[in-house]
Design a protein around this ligand. Sequence first.
Ligand SMILES: NC(=O)c1ccc[n+]([C@@H]2O[C@H](COP(=O)([O-])OP(=O)(O)OC[C@H]3O[C@@H](n4cnc5c(N)ncnc54)[C@H](O)[C@@H]3O)[C@@H](O)[C@H]2O)c1
Length: 326
Amino acid sequence: MSEFLSDKRVLITGGVGFIGSNLAERLVLQGAKVTLLDSMLPEYGAVLGNIEAFRNKVDVNFSDLRDAHSLKHLVQEHDYIFCLAGQVSHIDSMTDPLTDLAINCASQLNLLEACRHNNPNARLIFTSTRQLYGKPQYLPVDEKHPKVPVDINGINKLAAESYYYLYAQVHGLKTISLRLTNTYGPRMDLRSGRKGFLNTFLARVLRGEKIQLFGDGEQKRDLNYVDDVVDALLSAAQGEDLKGQAYNLAHPTPYSLKEIVEHLQQCADFEVEYIPFPEEKKAIDIGDYYGDAGLFQQRCGWQPKVDLEAGLNKTIDFFRAHTDLY
Ligand SMILES: NC(=O)c1ccc[n+]([C@@H]2O[C@H](COP(=O)([O-])OP(=O)(O)OC[C@H]3O[C@@H](n4cnc5c(N)ncnc54)[C@H](O)[C@@H]3O)[C@@H](O)[C@H]2O)c1
């Protein structure tokens, strides 16, 4: 990937979190002038350890995207804005829907309004989610698939993505959305038990604890290693004709949860237990899911490079080497 962001001014909302900090590190290496905006809400993915390796090479602004007044000033003079700040837990969106609405919808409107009035030439790259499709009606899921989210987070991300599209169509902002599938890698949030299944699995593996598989473990998922997601975000930023469109960021090889656990067993010793699906999870489970990223590949030439085995090994090695930070 060319270093097209060298010397560019880049703002990353949610920049101290998992994907944001990995993106920030890459941008610093490319010579971009990077500002991270993060509210550091304790229950989300931000940890200062995430940015320790390059802390003196970025500006960090500890503020909340819900504060429209500070955003007016923050968005100015940035060429690229990566919009990653979000409430990520599907379970939390069901127990506290209004916080999810405030962060995943109202805050995104704050950002778009701030750009419309103060920086209409910035490029905005928004991280959406595959969760907005709901239970797949066919596989792999492409962008034409009906959007019937099964939880509040999916509804709010769909609304947010629609704002980005509308602001491109009506106000001429340069926006693009990427619908991420399960993303894993160094700095992922292993502290909260309320994130994705792989976060829970890895936290347990690293503590040498038993993993519980719900049902028969045959549910299929696709997963992207974080470096591939960073590549995709940079490709999306570089694309010429943004027009507010949304693209799937899928991986071409799906795995069952059981197969993922088998891969993990090659990296660590732990036991596996099969238990019935817990009610709170069953209600918002989407069954098998894997997506089709053909459209984004066609448009930007992106495709994931890291396979599951290599990605899991790198992730486990990272956390084992950084027990002081996590
Ligand atoms: N990780 C995945 O598997 C995945 C899958 C689909 C979509 N996404 C999307 O990608 C984005 C990044 O996800 P992540 O995995 O890095 O999560 P994360 O929780 O590690 O990062 C999100 C960051 O946003 C910050 N944040 C939350 N609310 C904020 C607010 N009001 N103001 C300022 N900062 C705020 C948090 O402090 C955190 O640092 C999210 O928008 C998420 O919805 C992630």
